[in-house]
Design a protein around this ligand. Structure first.
Ligand SMILES: Nc1ncnc2c1ncn2[C@@H]1O[C@H](COP(=O)(O)OP(=O)(O)OP(=O)(O)O)[C@@H](O)[C@H]1O
Ligand SMILES: [Mg+2]
Length: 297
């Protein structure tokens, strides 16, 4: 008799629902900061732009938010925020400064910790951050006084990236609709689970041309997760491909502040509202708008 693989037989009800079980209902109600790692398998899918804009959007809506650039070697969130802090994560890694001392406050009130760019003062920090000091570094980062802390991670499934992602309450795996990106997103999710990650894993499809394309892309990764790793991936939402993103990058300003009404900004508001719990956001009209839009996903 042919043996049927357990994973194929798995019914939706028997899937692992770590995403729902572990997800905080509303980050605003937690005392400790909620940590959100933004990661991807394939590079260049928009992680840094999304981390900067989601963090800015949540900060704008009244939750103290921090963003830590954890892309060791190729850190560039400072460019997107037009910030040039003299102190960065390297000072925390080498023990010369406390994490609050390296927090740069943007004009919008976002706390930003610049990363370690290759060849600078933090050269070698990548290897140091993966050694025994890693848990201590993560604890320091988590101790930033904020309600939400974003980690802008590097691409890939190297140990450094995976360690940071595994330390977060929520992992946003970013993909584009490209088949290669979808496959790499699946590989990232699989790696996280193999590493024992038991937080909330959510897929964010970026640079889509339509809602239909977003649905299809999400469906491909969801089906692979169900079939091969028996995992029920949560849907974080999508962001439309929008030329305002590049324009804002050129102006070194988050697109949610430079072009608040562009389609990418509206998509980011919805994802941010869902991450933070729509009730924590805005007041009156703005709140009910976000609640309505968030419920449409
Ligand atoms: N929704 C979008 N619409 C149009 N362009 C976008 C969108 N999101 C990101 N981009 C563009 O994609 C490029 C890569 O973005 P970004 O640097 O944020 O990616 P990344 O995943 O952080 O890259 P890396 O893996 O190198 O860290 C940038 O040129 C950015 O302007
Ligand atoms: Mg990046």
């Amino acid at each position: 008799m042919t043996r049927v693989r357990n994973t194929i037989m798995a019914k939706p009800s028997s899937l692992r629902h770590r995403s729902e079980r572990a997800a905080p209902t509303s980050v605003g109600t937690k005392k400790a900061a909620t940590t959100i790692a933004v990661t991807s398998g394939k590079g260049g899918v928009g992680k840094s732009n999304l981390a900067v804009n989601l963090a800015t959007c949540i900060q704008q809506n009244g939750l103290q938010t921090a963003l830590v650039d954890l892309d060791m070697g190729l850190a560039n969130a400072d460019v997107l925020l037009n910030a040039a802090p003299l102190r960065n994560l390297a000072h925390v890694i080498n023990g010369s400064m406390d994490v609050e001392q390296v927090c740069h406050l943007t004009t919008g009130g976002l706390k930003f910790v610049a990363g370690v760019a290759g060849g600078g003062a933090g050269a070698g920090a990548e290897s140091r951050s993966t050694d025994r000091a890693f848990p201590e570094l993560v604890e320091r980062i988590k101790s930033i006084s904020a309600e939400v802390i974003f980690f802008d991670c590097a691409a890939g499934i190297g140990p450094n990236v995976t360690q940071f992602a595994c330390a977060a309450d929520v992992v946003l795996v970013v993909t584009t609709p490209e088949p290669t990106s979808l496959v790499d997103a699946y590989a990232t999710i699989k790696t996280l689970l193999n590493e024992g990650y038991d937080g909330s894993v959510r897929l964010l499809v970026n640079m889509v041309e339509s809602r239909g394309e977003a649905r299809k892309s999400f469906g491909r990764v969801r089906d692979a997760c169900e079939k091969f790793i028996n995992f029920d991936i949560a849907n974080a939402g999508y962001v439309l491909h929008d030329t305002h993103v590049e324009l804002a990058v050129r102006h070194r300003e988050p697109f949610v502040t430079r072009y608040p009404k562009c389609s990418a900004s509206l998509c980011v508001s919805v994802i941010a509202a869902r991450l933070a719990g729509a009730r924590s956001f805005g007041s009156g009209e703005q709140r009910s708008f976000l609640q309505r839009v968030a419920s449409m996903f």
